[in-house]
Design a protein around this ligand. Structure first.
Ligand SMILES: [Zn+2]
Ligand SMILES: [Zn+2]
Length: 342
């Protein structure tokens, strides 16, 4: 028998997280009830916490990177109580042309958990059954909560036009930059990662990334010329400011591909001259497909991508506000911060 109430973290307005008691939700038709184990804090969560995403309405329960256990499988034929799962944290309508065509990340009614609808920052959460995805036996719950950000990066690699035997430059060495670099390397690319925070580059080096460039200390232009000759075949932009977009164009070879993963708050002045002159192919990357999720699970399971070493902090659910404060203060290295719910 479950208790009747649970703890839940609510972002009442930017900067104000409150942990409250709430009833444990009951699964509606087509839903399953999960006991939450781990929640990863994402860069987008910080943007919301700081009030930077105008389309978010408050109060909101945050959290979309999670792992947990099925405690009420409802009418699911696929899942049973006790199954260990992560979620693909977005709704699908299942009937628009893009859902029917298999491009579910383009679904016209897609809503992201913890952004457009309440998220998983609670001891228990109900989600549509189709979101829940079983994790391999032996995969730790904290690692499972990082499959979602890895899937973002794997998707970007999969739409880059091919990486095997090619030179790839990743601009930005946060969690997404690091995971993109690891995924690109796992897919056979020779990878350079560039950033300005040395400890983030040290994580990339520890993960075996070929070339790590601190471009506040050395010229990225020189490093690209030295290592990649006329420019990278593929550049992944993982920051989200105009300088990094234009840098991506500058460091890409003629006819190369630039994949944009960064999330931009504003419209950017873009160097159209370089784009046209080099015949660049510029591709935006949005979320992932189910196949990217499956591939991420396999990359993590085989150790081709190391997720656990990127976890730099762990807080209980009651410590949600403290976790945000620690991330904002940046007094110690911050990569992926985990909320360990149970
Ligand atoms: Zn995320
Ligand atoms: Zn749809």
């Amino acid at each position: 028998m479950l208790a009747k109430t649970m703890k839940r973290a609510v972002l009442e307005k930017p900067g104000a997280v409150r942990v409250e008691e709430a009833p444990i939700p009951a699964p509606g038709p087509g839903e399953v009830l999960l006991k939450v184990r781990n929640i990863g804090i994402c860069g987008s969560d910080i943007h919301i916490y700081e009030g930077l995403l105008p389309f978010v309405t408050f109060p909101v329960v945050q959290g979309h990177e999670m792992s947990g256990e099925v405690v009420d499988a409802g009418g699911s034929a696929r899942l049973k109580n006790g199954d260990r799962v992560t979620i693909i944290p977005r709704t699908l309508c299942g009937r628009c042309p893009d859902c029917e065509g298999g491009r579910t990340n383009w679904c016209r009614e897609l809503e992201i958990v913890g952004v457009h609808r309440d998220g998983v920052a609670a001891e228990y959460v109900c989600v549509p059954e189709y979101m829940a995805t079983k994790i391999p036996d032996g995969m730790a719950y904290d690692v499972a909560a990082m499959i979602e950000p890895l899937a973002v990066c794997v998707h970007a690699c999969n739409i880059s036009g091919g990486l095997d035997g090619r030179n790839a430059l990743v601009i930005g060495a946060g969690v997404i930059g690091n995971l993109t670099a690891q995924a690109a390397k796992a897919k056979g690319a020779r990878v350079m990662i560039a950033g300005r925070t040395q400890y983030r580059l040290d994580y990339a080096k520890a993960a075996g990334i070929d070339i790590c460039v601190n471009d506040s200390r050395e010229s990225l232009e020189d490093a690209v010329a030295r290592e990649f000759g006329g420019g990278a075949d593929v550049v992944f932009e993982c920051i989200g400011v105009d300088a990094s977009v234009n840098g991506s164009f500058a460091h890409c070879r003629k006819g190369g591909t630039v994949v944009i993963l960064g999330i931009f708050g504003e419209k950017q002045p873009i160097d159209m001259f370089t784009l046209q002159d080099k015949e660049l192919r510029v591709v935006g990357s949005m979320l992932y497909l189910e196949s990217d999720f499956d591939e991420s699970m396999a990359l993590a399971q085989t150790g081709s991508v190391a997720l656990e070493p990127l976890i730099t902090g762990r807080f209980p659910l009651e410590g949600f506000a403290e976790a945000y404060r620690a991330i904002e203060a940046r007094r110690s290295p911050i990569m992926k911060v985990m909320i360990e719910v149970s």
